[in-house]
Design a protein around this ligand. Structure first.
Ligand code: DTR
Length: 341
C-alpha cells in the first residue's frame, strides 16, 4: 500500500513539474543568477533562499544556478550584464550607479529609517505605485534596502569632530553624507572594501552593521558609531527575454515571491545586524559610541539639503518628487507602526 501511495505522489510531482514547466520532456529549466559580494553576505543569503523557494514551488521544473562573489557579473556591470543577457537574473545595489535610479534612491535620503524591514517595504510600495522607467528594461523580482548605515572605524569616532578629514569608504548617497559631515569619502563597491581596509587606504566605512561579521570588519574596525544615517537600496532583476520565455506557471511562482522575498530579506537583515553586533561586542571587543543629541541635530542640519537636491534630480527625470517623498514618509510611518521602529 505504501509503495502505491509513494508512486502516486511521485507521479503527481512529475505532472505538476511538467505542467509548470510547460512540457514533461523539457527537463528542468536552468536560470543563471549573478551576485557581486561573497556568499556569506546578505545579498547572497537572500539569493539562496529565493533559489530554494523557486525550486520547491515549481516542483523542480526550474533549477537556479547561483554565481556569488562576482564570478559571473560584478557590482558595477550587473545591471547592464542582465539587460544584455549575460545572466538571466542579477542582484544590484542602486547606489553603485549614481544618477541611474532617481526614484529608488529616495531610500538614500536622511529620513532616519531604523530598520531594513521598514525601508524594504517602503521601497517595494513606492516602486509598485510609481513603476519608474529606471527598471523598464528588466523584470523586477525583489526590492530591499539595507539596515541604516553607521560608522565602523579603526579609530574612535565619538562625535562629529572626530569625523573631520577622516577617510571612510562609502558609495552613492553615503559618500555624499560623509562629504557633508566633513569626512573624506572614498567611494567603492563593498566588494573592494576589504582590500582598502587591509591596505589602510581607509580608516573605516559607512554601511549597515551586518558587515562587521559577514566581512569580519570587526577584526580591524574596533569602533562603531551609531548614526542611523541613510540605507542602501537593492534590486533583483531578470532579463526581459528570459522572463518572456518562462512558462505561465513559473511566472506565477516568481510573481508571488516578489514582495514576500523583499520582506523576508528586510527581516533577515535586521536579525542579522543584531547577531553581528552581539558577536562584534562579545567576541571582538568592539566598542560602540552614540552621537550626542547635539551632534545628531547638527548632522541632520547638514544633511537636510540632500533632500532638496534629490527632489531636483527626480523632477528633472519627469517624476513627481514631492509626491514621492511624501508617500515615502507616509509609508515609513505605516510600516513602523506595523513592524516596529
Ligand atoms: N551598504 C552598501 C551595501 C551593502 C551593505 N551590506 C552589504 C553586503 C554585501 C554587499 C553590499 C552591501 C555598501 O556599503 O556598499
Amino acid at each position: 500500500m505504501k509503495i502505491a501511495k509513494f508512486f502516486g505522489m511521485f507521479v503527481a510531482a512529475c505532472v505538476l513539474g511538467a505542467a509548470v514547466a510547460g512540457s514533461a520532456a523539457a527537463g528542468p529549466l536552468t536560470l543563471s543568477y549573478a551576485n557581486f559580494p561573497p556568499a556569506p553576505t546578505f545579498p547572497c543569503v537572500q539569493m539562496e533562499r529565493w533559489k530554494a523557494e523557486v525550486e520547491k514551488r515549481t516542483a523542480g521544473a526550474v533549477e537556479v544556478q547561483t554565481y556569488p562573489g562576482g564570478t559571473l557579473l560584478g557590482a558595477k556591470n550587473m545591471f547592464d550584464g542582465v539587460k544584455q543577457g549575460m545572466a538571466d537574473i542579477g542582484c544590484l545595489c542602486m547606489s553603485y550607479q549614481p544618477g541611474v535610479f532617481p526614484l529608488t534612491t529616495v531610500l538614500e535620503l536622511p529620513v532616519n529609517f531604523t530598520s531594513s524591514t521598514v525601508a524594504s517595504m517602503v521601497l517595494w510600495d513606492l516602486w509598485e505605485k510609481y513603476q519608474p522607467k529606471e527598471f523598464a528594461g528588466v523584470k523586477v523580482l525583489a526590492l530591499f534596502a539595507t539596515a541604516p548605515t553607521n560608522v565602523m572605524s579603526r579609530v574612535p569616532v565619538k562625535g562629529l569632530a572626530d569625523l573631520q578629514g577622516l577617510e571612510l569608504r562609502a558609495s552613492g548617497g553615503a559618500s555624499k553624507v560623509l562629504e557633508r559631515l566633513g569626512a573624506v569619502p572614498v567611494s567603492m563597491p563593498m566588494s573592494e572594501t576589504p582590500e582598502a581596509l587591509q591596505k589602510n587606504l581607509v580608516k573605516g566605512l559607512l554601511s549597515s552593521l551586518e558587515v562587521m561579521k559577514d566581512f569580519k570588519y570587526a577584526e580591524t574596525c574596533k569602533y562603531v558609531t551609531m548614526t542611523n544615517f541613510q540605507t542602501y537600496p537593492f534590486a533583483v532583476v531578470m532579463n526581459r527575454d528570459s522572463w518572456n520565455g518562462l512558462p505561465d506557471g513559473v511566472k506565477k511562482v516568481f510573481d508571488e515571491l516578489r514582495r514576500e522575498q523583499s520582506l523576508w530579506t528586510g527581516q533577515y537583515m535586521d536579525a542579522h545586524v543584531k547577531e553581528s553586533m552581539d558577536w562584534s561586542r562579545k567576541e571582538q571587543g568592539v566598542e560602540v559610541f552614540s552621537l550626542s543629541d547635539a551632534d545628531l541635530a547638527a548632522a541632520h542640519g547638514k544633511l537636510e539639503p540632500m533632500i532638496a537636491a534629490w527632489k531636483e534630480r527626480v523632477n528633472k527625470a519627469g517624476l513627481p518628487a514631492d509626491a514621492i517623498y511624501g508617500a515615502a514618509l507616509e509609508l515609513k510611518a505605516r510600516y513602523e507602526a506595523q513592524y516596529g521602529k
